[in-house]
Design a protein around this ligand. Sequence first.
Ligand code: G3H
Ligand code: 13P
Ligand code: NA
Ligand code: ZN
Length: 328
Amino acid sequence: SLVSMRQLLDHAAENQYGVPAFNVNNLEQVRAIMEAADRTNSPVIMQASAGARKYAGAPFLRHLMLAAVEEFPHIPVVMHQDHGTSPKVCQQAIELGFSSVMMDGSLGEDGKTPTDYDYNVSVTRQVVAMAHALGVSVEGEIGCLGSLETGLAGEEDGIGAAGQLNHAQLLTDPEEAYAFVQATQVDALAIAIGTSHGAYKFSRPPTGEILSIERIRQIHERLPNTHLVMHGSSSVPQEWLEIINAHGGEIPATWGVPVEEIVRGIRYGVRKINIDTDLRLAATGAIRRFMAQNPAEFDPRKYLQVSVNAMRDICIARFEAFGAAGQA
Ligand code: G3H
Ligand code: 13P
Ligand code: NA
Ligand code: ZN
């Protein structure tokens, strides 16, 4: 059934687990997530970005997620708007039936320009007022996602700050986070700890200087009852990079957020973990390998099925690692 994010994350906090929030754009991703949730009895957060709406169109996205609820009525599902760049965007998502929205006021309406604290509070408060009146949850964000190695947000298209970011912007300040939650009453708070969107997060396996789980601990100390959200939390599996590159791909060496570091974050109050890139990598690797091994095949259902299986297995692994398995 369709549930609010608040309801789901309150349960996660009471029972000390984290919920992966997977981005969805098409049938194959929705099916992979739901089959994984069904097999592991896990609660689901499906989120749609502006890019997803552009790709699939809002009605198709909406009905894909509602179809998931219909086919798997025993699984709690949150329909979440990812990275809303204005109150208007969030309002449209609420009108479409989303049970949760992110107002990302850390960036301007272009999704690129870092904003000041007062702007962020003002737009986020507007969305909270509108959403809470309808039982819809709100995620806010304080701090700028980006690499502590380069000071760059990374992602070229989609959501990401343009230009160079400084150390203070890249690590959410616990006092500012505290004030922001008091002022806005958001249900969940996305924080910056050195992760960034996309496949190119770290040039080496991350250590504490470039991925600050310690900062999560400090924020949690100040905000023990706030559900924290980690964005840019794909793990960038090395085995999928190898499969892609063994079958004609050319992805340079790169590292993501290790699953065991996310599990440490969950101990410090992380309840929602955003994952998009890992499913993209698994789908691409599975399709590249299938195409190479089956050159005479031309039924899209055959290669899309292997992509569903590969994405499903990533989802199962994350549900299990984060402790969400068995909690539906
Ligand atoms: O926020 C970033 C997500 O990975 C969504 O990316 O805008 O390309 O759909 P997208
Ligand atoms: P990844 O690019 O690490 O999968 O992050 C996705 C995300 O944060 C969506 O909001
Ligand atoms: Na989000
Ligand atoms: Zn994000």
